[in-house]
Design a protein around this ligand. Structure first.
Ligand SMILES: Cc1cc2nc3c(=O)[nH]c(=O)nc-3n(C[C@H](O)[C@H](O)[C@H](O)COP(=O)(O)OP(=O)(O)OC[C@H]3O[C@@H](n4cnc5c(N)ncnc54)[C@H](O)[C@@H]3O)c2cc1C
Ligand code: SF4
Length: 494
């Protein structure tokens, strides 16, 4: 039985982050590691106290907040009782990769925790990451190869969290799975998009080792279906009994304002891979380098925050992050009640490290110098009038900008190459259409993750990969024991 009064005895607490002036000099994760003094700062006992705040509320809304349906109260109580081995079993029952979500998830579960009625939810995400880190440290995360093989072959195209979750589930179900990735390393956005300071790549590599030992094959440097590719669409269909498309929503939203063709203006995903390569020591200085530059980031979301943290670590002279929407409130508004996801001001680790956040600002044009390089952006304030952004006259000004990063989201899947070659249908938003069984309009071709859902989150991608694997297994063998945590049309609590 959980301690139903823990939340009355203990305040919510989270581990401290490393001091800003220390952490911006390296690329390591922002949290203190246990072996670097983290145990003293936020020890195991402190974490167990936090887990004890889970009150056995009866109807765990957190289950519905988490797209994976993680069994949160169960593992909270197991941690409270110091039963870590059982806790990781319960965690892995619903989540293939808790070390990714425990570091990167915005934790909608905490938004729907009953204690969030008082805005002090259980630190669910922290408990999650500590369980899996401990399990790896103790050697409890072992390969789980299938007991027997089905003789069926599955290609997974795209190695982000959706593709990896589908691949792990299908390999364990006995199918021969090959994951194809066009980049030079596996991981999708977790490899070269999400910066090292949010999740060190060693966590990804450790999980990939487990998957290889289970029998999943990985092939990098192959863009399936592209002209001249080592694997054409015809060969893909001939060689495999089923295909999972998990190529992500990789087309960045552009800003066609006057001056867009000036040098020094880049989509966020043109910039972030270089920062990741620098963090990993693969390059000394990246091609797009914020060192000594005035940087402006257009887009106030997480991708923008990743550009912010990367720019600071590269030694930018100044960084401003612009957002056209007004500044969110510091606590829930009346139209955003519990248990929906709280639309409140988020201060990510990158925001703690400096830079200006400007809200209700629109970009009018990019201003160039005589060499055709951006030198400033012309902006003005906006206000909402009759549901439309309207210019506030007299607020026109220039912000110095040697580098501009466009971090305004993604508009869907890449069409050229595989998607066009297969002839799968797209919806009006540019995502690949799938039916209730995650199958595209082409029989035997399944769809998982951002390529079908549109730009989303890692937790949704893992849930999609798991659910699509269940559908693929059923299609190949007639039935399946694999869980299906979500349907293709499931949406967040709102
Ligand atoms: C900068 C950034 C930061 C983010 N931070 C977070 C975060 O902190 N927390 C969070 O929950 N979410 C975050 N997200 C969102 C999250 O990363 C995505 O929702 C998630 O990675 C989607 O997973 P996926 O498997 O669908 O696709 P992706 O991770 O996009 O992976 C798709 C892969 O498929 C490959 N591919 C595409 N076509 C082909 C082909 N024809 N052949 C071979 N390979 C192909 C691509 O190269 C890519 O590596 C972030 C996104 C970005 C851009
Ligand atoms: S995966 Fe995300 S939503 Fe689910 S329990 Fe973990 S932090 Fe919460």
């Amino acid at each position: 039985m959980p301690d139903s009064t823990g939340f009355l005895k203990f305040e919510r607490a989270t581990p401290p982050r490393r001091p800003v002036d220390v952490r911006i000099r390296d690329w390591k994760e922002v949290y203190l590691e246990r072996q670097q003094g983290g145990e003293e700062a936020f020890g195991t006992a402190a974490l167990r106290t936090q887990a004890a705040r889970c009150m056995d509320c009866g109807i765990p809304f957190c289950h519905h907040g988490c797209p994976l349906g993680n069994l949160i109260p169960e593992w909270n109580d197991l941690v409270r009782r110091d039963d870590w081995r059982e806790a990781v079993e319960r965690l892995h029952a619903t989540n293939n990769f808790p070390e990714f979500t425990g570091r990167l998830c915005p934790a909608p579960c905490e938004g729907s925790c009953v204690l969030n009625l008082n805005e002090s939810p259980v630190t669910i995400k922290q408990v999650e990451v500590e369980i899996i880190d401990r399990a790896f440290a103790e050697g409890w995360v072992e390969p789980q190869p299938p007991a027997e093989l089905s003789g069926k072959k599955v290609a997974v195209v795209g190695s982000g969290p959706a593709g990896l979750a589908a691949a792990q589930q299908l390999t364990r179900a006995g199918h021969e799975v090959t994951v194809y990735e066009r980049a030079d390393a596996i991981g999708g956005l977790m490899r070269y998009g999400i910066p090292e300071f949010k999740m060190e790549k060693r966590h990804l590599d450790r999980r990939l080792d487990q998957m290889r030992a289970e029998g999943t094959r990985f092939v990098t440097g192959v863009e399936v279906g592209a002209p001249g590719s080592d694997l054409s669409v015809e060969q893909l269909r001939a060689d495999f009994d089923a295909v999972v498309l998990s190529g992500g929503a990789t087309i960045g939203r552009d800003l066609p304002a006057p001056g867009r063709d000036l040098a020094g203006i880049h989509l966020a995903m043109e910039f972030l891979p270089g920062g990741n390569r620098q963090a990993l020591g693969l390059v000394d200085r990246p091609e797009i380098d914020a060192h000594g530059k005035h940087v402006v980031i257009i887009g106030g979301g997480d991708t923008g925050a990743d550009c912010l943290g990367t720019s600071h670590r590269q030694g930018a002279a100044s960084v401003a992050q612009l957002e056209i929407m007004p500044e969110p409130p510091s606590s829930r508004g009346p139209k955003n009640p519990w248990p929906t996801y709280p639309m409140v001001l988020k201060v990510s680790s990158a925001h703690e490290e400096g830079g200006d956040r400007l809200y209700s600002v629109n970009t009018e044009r990019f201003v160039g110098d005589e060499d055709g390089h951006v030198r400033a952006i012309a902006v003005h304030d906006v206000e909402m009038v009759d549901g439309r952004f309207t210019k506030v006259e007299g607020t026109e000004r220039e912000l110095p900008a040697d580098l501009v990063f466009l971090a305004m989201g993604f508009t869907g899947a890449q069409k050229e190459g595989l998607v066009e070659g297969l002839g799968v249908e797209l919806d009006a938003r540019g995502n690949v259409v799938r039916d209730a069984e995650f199958m595209s309009t082409v029989p035997g071709v399944f769809v998982a993750g951002d390529v079908g859902r549109g730009q989303s989150l890692i937790v949704w991608a893992i849930a999609e990969g798991r659910a699509a694997a269940g559908a693929v297994d059923t299609w190949l063998t007639g039935s399946s024991m694999l869980p299906r945590p979500i349907t293709p049309t499931a949406v967040a609590l709102r």
